[in-house]
Every structure is written in structure tokens, then in C-alpha cells.
Design a protein around this ligand. Structure first.
Ligand SMILES: [Zn+2]
Length: 330
């Protein structure tokens, strides 16, 4: 053989792509005539290339197909939207015909809007389908509650709307943020923005509930006290989880310690704050009591449990932290 297999194999990709000189081509062809190993390598290379072509063609077919599907869905969406107009028009006419102007018609309109927002809207949306559908459905839900509230002469709209909004945002806001284009603060602070919005909506809901029930000082005292103790706990857990870049074992250990300490002090703290608001509270939480492991009765049971939770929490947390430090050193 004139050339070594190594030299020929270097040339094979160029040969397959038909970009080598005629001398090289001749050399390759002469060599594979005699060398079966290089011949089978050449065939593999050729197959690889045809697979690539096949892949590209497949992708093109798929994209064409999905475009067609999208167009079909869009047309079905338009037809469904038109069908939704039939009951709307019928109700409009009937409502006007029975003579007391337009009233319950708006309830029908809002409920059909709500149905359409979760059926027709996703079919008509191409970009950001999930966020658009969710926003549409939320707006329609608010409109439906408002129309029903006005029609029945109720005063509960703001309570219902703010609580629904709080619940929907707590569940769906992180998903919506993920679907939106990721730039600026949204790229790295989706969780922070979600929790900030949830916190705001929580207090808005609290205010509307208070106003609705014509709350007295006891309501505000208890509501604000519980919020003042538990909202920061949620924030601390979130901030530690999200922004403290450390070994997961150390992180979970620190969180276990922090949460068991929070559990230990929360009842006591709630009690102190309730006293400030002038609300009668549990006598055993007036002060922090010592751990009495050999004395279990009605006066000691709560503090003994608190102590046990904290001790177990600190031991577990410390073990996790030590395990984390050991693993990081290795
Ligand atoms: Zn060879």
C-alpha cells in the first residue's frame, strides 16, 4: 500500500465532502480498493452524513406540520369565538325584551367570557399562551364576581376578588414568570418578585376582610400579630434557600436550626404582641419557662414540647451542618 491507513483516514472526511484535491481522491480510492477497514470507515462516514440530511428533512417536515396545526387551531378558535356570540346575542335580546334594561345579561356575558378565556383564548394565542390564558381567565373571573355582586346587591366583591387573586398568584405567578421572556430582574429574581407580589396581595386581602367584617381591634390585633411573626419566617426561609450559595447540607442544617428556633419563640412572641394590642392571651406564654423534662402537667406541657422541638431541631441541624462542612473539605 502506498499510503498508511492513518493518512487516508485523515483524508476521508474531506473525501466524503468532496473538497479534496484530485490527487488525494485518487490516493483514497486506490487505498480503499485494497483496505477493507478504511472502506468500511468511509461507508460509516457516508451513512452519518445521510443521517444528518434525514434529520434536517425531518425537522423541516415537523415545523411545516406544526405551522399547519397552529393555523388549524386558530381557525377552530375563530369559529368557537363566533359560536360563543350566539348565546350572547340571544341573551342580549331576551334581556332587553323582558323590559328591565340590561342587568343579568352582564352575568351571562362574564360567565361566557370566563369559559371562552380557557377554551378559545389558548387557541387564538400563539406567543405566551399560558400567561395570556391565565390573565384572561383571571380578569373574566373578577368581572363575573363583580357583575354577580352588583346584581345581587352584595358588598363582598373586594373580599372575594382579593382572596381569589392572592390564591391564584400564590400558585401560578412563578409559572407565569417562567413563561415570560427572561431579561432584567425577571431572569434571576423570579422567586423574589413572586413572593413580594404574594406578600402585598396577602395584606391587601387582610385589609379587605377587615373592612368587610367591620373588624374591631381584636381582629386587627390577632391578624397583624400573626402576620408579623409568620410573614418574616416565610421570607427568611425563602431568602436563605434562594440567595445563600452554599453546600445544600449546610443550608438545610441552618434552616432546620432557624425554623426550630422560630417554633420555640413564635408562641411567646405572639403572646407579647397580643398583650401590646390589649388582647387577653394564654398565661403560660407570658414568659419563657425552663425545660422541665421530669415534670409533665397542664402548666409545663406546652413549654416542654417547645423545648423538645428546639433541642431536636438544633441537634439535627448541627449534624447536617457538620456533614456539609466535612463533605466540602473533601
Ligand atoms: Zn487502510
Amino acid at each position: 500500500m502506498k499510503y498508511s491507513c492513518g493518512l487516508i483516514r485523515d483524508l476521508l472526511p474531506l473525501y466524503v465532502d468532496k473538497v479534496c484535491s484530485s490527487d488525494s481522491r485518487k490516493a483514497v480510492e486506490e487505498h480503499i480498493f485494497e483496505c477493507n477497514e478504511c472502506l468500511s470507515l468511509l461507508n460509516e462516514l457516508k451513512n452519518g452524513e445521510s443521517e444528518e440530511i434525514l434529520e434536517t428533512e425531518k425537522a423541516e417536515v415537523l415545523s411545516r406540520h406544526s405551522k399547519k396545526e397552529r393555523r388549524k387551531t386558530f381557525i377552530i378558535g375563530i369559529i368557537a369565538a363566533a359560536l360563543f356570540m350566539i348565546p350572547v346575542i340571544v341573551c342580549l335580546i331576551v334581556n332587553l325584551a323582558v323590559g328591565h334594561g340590561l342587568d343579568w345579561f352582564f352575568i351571562v356575558l362574564a360567565s361566557l367570557g370566563l369559559t371562552a378565556s380557557v377554551t378559545v383564548l389558548p387557541m387564538l394565542t400563539v406567543k405566551y399562551r399560558f400567561p395570556v390564558t391565565l390573565c384572561g381567565a383571571t380578569v373574566c373571573l373578577m368581572l363575573l364576581m363583580m357583575t354577580v355582586c352588583i346584581y345581587t346587591g352584595g358588598d363582598w366583591f373586594f373580599v372575594a376578588a382579593s382572596s381569589s387573586l392572592f390564591g391564584l398568584c400564590a400558585v401560578f405567578l412563578p409559572v407565569v414568570f417562567r413563561c415570560l421572556p427572561q431579561n432584567g430582574a425577571l431572569r434571576s429574581h423570579k422567586g423574589l418578585l413572586s413572593l413580594a407580589a404574594d406578600t402585598l396581595l396577602y395584606f391587601v386581602m387582610l385589609i379587605f376582610i377587615g373592612l368587610y367584617i367591620n373588624a374591631d381591634n381584636t381582629f386587627w390585633g390577632i391578624a397583624l400579630t400573626l402576620s408579623a411573626v409568620f410573614v418574616p419566617v416565610v421570607w427568611v426561609v425563602f431568602l436563605l434557600l434562594r440567595y445563600w450559595h452554599t453546600n445544600p447540607l449546610i443550608k438545610s442544617g441552618a434552616l432546620t436550626v432557624a425554623l426550630s428556633a422560630a417554633a420555640f419563640f413564635s408562641n411567646y412572641l405572639i403572646n407579647r404582641l397580643l398583650i401590646i394590642f390589649g388582647i387577653e392571651s394564654r398565661p403560660e406564654y407570658k414568659s419563657i419557662q425552663l425545660f422541665k423534662p421530669f415534670e409533665w402537667n397542664i402548666d409545663t406541657v406546652n413549654w416542654n414540647i417547645n423545648w423538645l422541638i428546639m433541642i431536636v431541631g438544633i441537634i439535627t441541624g448541627a449534624a447536617l451542618i457538620i456533614a456539609g462542612i466535612v463533605r466540602r473539605k473533601r
